[in-house]
Design a binder for this molecule. Structure first.
Ligand code: ADP
Ligand code: ZN
Ligand code: ZN
Length: 704
């Protein structure tokens, strides 16, 4: 007897191969089994996807290649996991094999069955959760925390939107929920997701302190392949009770999954921006529903999608599917920082830091408190320019400027990576006097150092001496471990003024920062992207949330926490909502605009993007694709806009264009995309597809 097995393998993204490949096997391997199979000249890892089908004598089984070795030391991947992968593939228009294999740790591809068996022997049994010192003496919950926890634990399943101010103790609610779950069910597992790798060490420390080292594993792209494999195996076997990770963790195989937490659920990092462009938050909600697990989405500034989905019933409207829970107060009767707007129109020209803000920072320094100055642009200056001939530091390969980095005296393109030493004189006219235009974190750091050059911290403070300024951004943290040591320096009080990008604005539980300043947030106010105000509002609320987190410290210092914003548009409604910490008002106003314009969450979108040698070729492909869609069933329910160039039209000598699709019905959009896919593959091989390097579909795109 022989069997036909349908196997998911990683085929090149746009190869014309079907979703699954068939192989012959003498053994009826069950779905979810990992196997090696021949593909072309290579042998690759695959996942048995469907139940085995007996090969009839009549069927020409000669045509099927035989499967290779099965990695049968490993328990097969469960049905729920396969459903998640299949759903993600269908919804985001990718192949099952691509999603399935990307979800597995890379090292599985190289290990033999014996090697794998050896790894598995190292640790398998699910241990009881350790009684740590912290677990034995947990803090007493606030009334708001108690109420939120009770609501979450009341039902059997469901999705909860935990809207908690910064510093309201959301993490403590997650910890308590996980603790109760694990205590009640010895086989239960919890998945906890954070948006950024740099937030995982802090969270990991908190979870390990509570549950012991063995119960907790991490999964993120900053780990080595052997580490990832070990974490993955521990999750898959059930030995790890808690998995912490970034968006990729949503695909972790967890047979006992009962709870999913998505912290800072509004964060754009949950959306994968290459390959399969999935939203880990949306998949987490789907996965929770499929597996009957609870899902907690937490944020101080929820995405408007989640906010809308958690609206209470009203009149005809049955309300959203999520339960909304509010924790408006900070722990320890701490106040949210007072927001001060500085009208930059009233400042002398070329002011970088207004006099009042400078004074406020100076007072903090004198009292031994910390300040944080936030600027969302790294490097020294975004452009280098010649005033004589108008030369600018354009990237020869992209439609963008190269950024001046003074530290290593380079011009660097942040899009294609092209890097050169800074020229001594203007490359175009020889003028030796080329100057930086605008300001990034490096230049801001330098400027602050100049402003505070004469200032010394008072003798009364722990370490009198010159003012210490530090910078944290993607450049300062490239080296392994650099971020941890820089953050540790801030926590231990070795820094007076911290300068940085959004990296420092999110999540961190700083205790001695009493002032946060955003020195130039205006760029996002007038962006063509309709989500820009939403992102700016949450980033500023998050940044404000770093100030005055320790009520006891504030009281002891006799200080108040402040958030300063320097802007040329002090009257903008976004800032008045921010001033009152009024997310609700901001959300109401944004949702009214979105509803009137028929935009998400009241409509559903997808982008078709094409990259080509020329802009004409890219647009021709998109327009031909749009024409081809006319004939599809239900095409009239999906608006297709004309093809346009991307905001940064050319990157690494590739021209990029996109076309927006929009429909009031998610189902209608999905139906159209599914029918469209084969046409797009075919179109690529016609004259309209000539010159097209690649195309892709982005479902629920984040930036337009
Ligand atoms: P959020 O995630 O909502 O910004 P955190 O969970 O980080 O807030 O909590 C802020 C701070 O308050 C943390 O230092 C945390 O340890 C502390 N905290 C949380 N809940 C309590 C509580 N019930 N009693 C005392 N301290 C608490
Ligand atoms: Zn010049
Ligand atoms: Zn470039």
């Amino acid at each position: 007897m022989a069997w036909r097995l349908d196997i998911a393998v990683q085929t090149p993204a746009h190869a014309a191969l079907g979703d699954l490949l068939s192989y012959a096997s003498p053994i009826p391997l069950v779905p979810g089994t990992l196997v090696r199979v021949p593909l072309g000249r290579r042998e690759v890892l695959g996942v048995v996807w469907n139940p085995p089908v007996p090969l009839e004598d009549a069927e020409p089984d000669m045509a099927l290649k035989p499967v290779g070795a099965a990695l049968d030391a490993l328990a097969p991947l469960g049905e729920a996991w396969r459903d998640l992968v299949a759903f993600a593939a269908r919804y985001y228009q990718r192949s099952i094999g691509e999603i399935a294999l990307a979800a597995l740790p890379p090292q599985l591809r190289d290990l033999s069955g014996t090697q794998l068996a050896r790894r598995l022997r190292r640790k398998t049994a699910a241990g009881p959760v350790a009684e740590t010192a912290e677990a034995a003496h947990p803090v007493a919950l606030s009334a708001e925390q108690t109420a939120a926890l009770a609501r979450i634990e009341a039902g059997a399943a469901g999705t909860f939107l935990l809207v908690g101010s910064t510093g309201s103790g959301k993490t403590e609610v997650y910890l308590r929920c996980v603790a109760d779950l694990l205590a009640a069910d010895p086989g239960a597992q919890a998945l906890v997701m954070v948006p950024e790798i740099n937030l995982t060490p802090q969270l990991e420390a908190r979870f390990k302190a509570r549950f012991g080292d063995d119960a907790v594993v991490s999964l993120h792209s900053g780990m080595t392949n052997p580490q990832r494999l070990a974490s993955w195996l521990a999750a898959h076997s059930g030995a790890a009770r808690i998995v912490l990770g970034t968006r990729m963790a949503v695909f972790a195989s967890m047979p006992g999954l009962r709870l999913v937490v998505v912290d800072e659920e509004h964060d754009p990092s949950y959306k994968q921006q290459e390959g399969a462009r999935y939203s880990a938050r949306d998949l987490a909600v789907w996965r929770g529903q499929r597996e009957g697990a609870k899902v907690i989405l937490g944020s101080a500034t929820p995405s408007l999608e989640s906010w809308h989905q958690s609206r209470p019933a009203e009149g005809e409207d049955p309300g959203g599917r999520y339960v909304r829970l509010a924790m408006p107060s900070r722990i320890g009767a701490g106040e949210l920082p007072t927001v001060r707007l500085v009208d930059m129109n009233l400042q002398p020209p070329k002011t970088v830091i207004s006099g009042a803000l400078l004074d406020a920072i100076g007072q903090r320094i004198a009292r031994g408190e910390q300040s944080m100055v936030f600027l969302n642009r790294r490097g020294y200056a975004p452009v280098l320019a010649c005033a004589d001939c108008g030369w600018k530091s354009e990237c020869p390969h992209c439609s963008a400027y190269r950024v001046f980095h003074k530290i290593d005296r380079t011009l660097r393109c942040h899009h294609c990576g092209f890097t050169e030493r800074v020229p001594r004189a203007c490359p175009s006219c020889g003028n030796p006097d080329i100057a930086p235009v605008g300001r990034g974190t490096e230049r801001l750091e330098e400027h602050l150092a100049e402003l505070f050059a004469g200032v010394t911290r008072p003798d009364g403070s722990a370490a009198p001496g010159p003012v210490r300024i530090a910078r944290i951004d993607a450049d300062s943290t490239k080296k392994q471990g650099a971020l941890e040591s820089q953050l540790a320096a801030v926590h231990s009080g070795e820094v007076d003024v911290l300068v940085g990008t959004q990296m420092i604005a999110k999540g961190h539980d700083f205790r001695r920062i009493t002032l946060v300043a955003a020195v130039n947030p205006d760029g996002a106010l007038f962006s063509s992207d309709f989500r820009a105000p939403e992102r700016l509002f949450s980033l500023l609320m998050q940044s404000a949330g770093r100030a005055g987190r320790d009520a006891a410290y504030l009281a002891a210092q006799g200080a108040t926490a402040e958030m300063w914003i320097q802007t040329h548009h002090a009257q903008h409604p976004l800032f008045s909502a921010l001033r009152r910490h009024d997310y609700t008002a901001f959300a109401r106003q944004q949702l009214e605009e979105r509803a009137a314009a028929g935009m998400p969450p009241f409509a559903f979108q997808a982008l078709l993007r094409a990259d080509a040698r020329t802009q004409e070729a890219a647009q021709a492909f998109l327009n031909a694709a749009s024409a081809a869609a006319d004939a599809l069933e239900g095409a009239d329910r999906v608006v297709r806009y004309p093809a346009v160039p991307l905001a940064i039209q050319r990157v690494a000598n590739v021209e990029r264009a996109q076309m927006l699709l929009e429909s009031p019905s998610r189902a209608a959009l999905q139906r159209l995309l599914a029918q469209w896919q084969p046409l797009l593959h075919a179109l690529r091989r016609t004259p309209e597809g000539k010159g097209v390097i690649r195309w892709l579909v982005d479902v629920d795109p984040h930036s337009i």
